[in-house]
Design a protein around this ligand. Structure first.
Ligand code: KDO
Length: 332
């Protein structure tokens, strides 16, 4: 009798456990992530392959690529409104809310991937992170490396050789659609045209723009090399993105879960960074094989021109006193 009761209890426990399995699964936190990037972009790959499995015990990672859920540039306000949990955001997008973020979107400020990490982890970032949390409800978990942006044009090098900013006069250069991006395009000497990333391939193929700027891995991933003829290696922006996470969702996690999410974001960023750096190195020869002319312009001329445009600009006025010097001191 006693045996029977025990096994009946055991059975009940088993049933309860099996009934509760789907409800536990349902209780998992859903983390929708929206990005204009493709599924094969290294940042997307890193989040899917490193971040997602690390948080899988309590969260379901649901990525949306190519701007299919939220249009490029609207992700932050969507997180703030509670309709999105994650994005891969840019300093340029944050600068539309907090102008001081434009310092991280300024040409020739970040020197390389390691400098980006040093800046992101330095106490100088604390006030920036806090403001995004308090005023936008967005937590910045890690810095992702997008790469060195270069000028990529439809014209052949014979038609137009870009050695100095003067050579870009009148060139219709697609830049993403925020003020900080447009300013950078003008600072390069070009005529910047705002356009969403997802429209760039078509615009290049029809000639409605002369060119675009992005790192080599993006030129390959988005197949821009099919519709352009040259890349001037201006390295005008060592570009970054932040892993942006809803503060509201964060606050509902246990401290243990928060630690897992934080570590997973940092690990994903590190993995994406290493892959992106390798791609940047490897892709020059691939692009040359595709027929693109790739060359280095007068970098000092570009650096001087770009930096001189920022001095005294409305962007530079928003930067906290002494911040640029602190950022420079963290580099080489
Ligand atoms: C772009 O629109 O050119 C850009 O490179 C800007 C970045 O901040 C980032 O949003 C990126 O697009 C997308 O993730 C697509 O790679």
């Amino acid at each position: 009798m006693r045996l029977w009761r025990t096994s009946a209890l055991g059975l009940a426990a088993l049933l309860a456990a099996s009934v509760s399995v789907p409800s536990i699964a349902q209780d998992k936190i859903k983390l929708r992530m929206s990005t204009p990037a493709s599924e094969t972009d290294q940042r997307s790959v890193a989040l899917a392959e490193v971040f997602a499995p690390a948080v899988a015990e309590f969260a379901t990672y649901e990525p949306h690529y190519n701007g299919s859920l939220i249009a490029q540039g609207s992700e932050l306000e969507t997180i703030a409104g509670g309709d999105l949990e994650m994005s891969i955001t840019s300093a340029q997008e944050l600068a539309t809310f907090f102008p001081e973020y434009s310092i991280f979107a300024t040409g020739y400020v970040h020197q390389d991937a390691a400098h980006q990490v040093a800046v992101f982890n330095d106490p100088l970032m604390d006030a920036f992170k806090q403001k995004a949390e308090d005023e936008l409800g967005v937590k910045l978990l890690a810095v992702m490396y997008l790469g060195k942006r270069h000028v990529n044009l439809r014209q052949t090098k014979d038609e137009l050789t870009v050695m100095t900013p003067d050579d870009l006069a009148g060139v219709n250069l697609r830049m993403p659609g925020t003020d900080a991006w447009q300013f950078l395009g003008s600072a390069l000497g070009a005529n910047p045209t705002p356009m969403a990333f997802t429209e760039v391939y078509t615009a290049l193929s029809t000639g409605s723009v002369d060119g675009q700027d992005n790192p080599l891995p993006t030129v390959v991933d988005a197949k821009f090399y099919e519709v352009t003829n040259q890349i001037a290696l201006t390295s005008h922006l060592v570009d970054l993105n932040y892993v942006a996470f809803s503060k509201e969702v964060w606050d509902n996690l246990t401290p243990e879960q928060q630690a897992v999410v934080q570590e997973a974001a940092v690990a994903a960023a590190e993995s994406g960074r290493q892959n992106q750096l390798k791609k940047e190195e490897d892709l020059v020869s691939f692009l040359r094989e595709q027929g693109l002319e790739i060359y280095e312009p007068d970098l000092a001329a570009f650096r001087n021109h770009v930096q001189s445009q920022y001095v005294g600009s409305e962007f530079a006025e928003a930067w906290p006193e002494g911040l640029l010097e602190k950022i420079n001191a963290l580099g080489n």
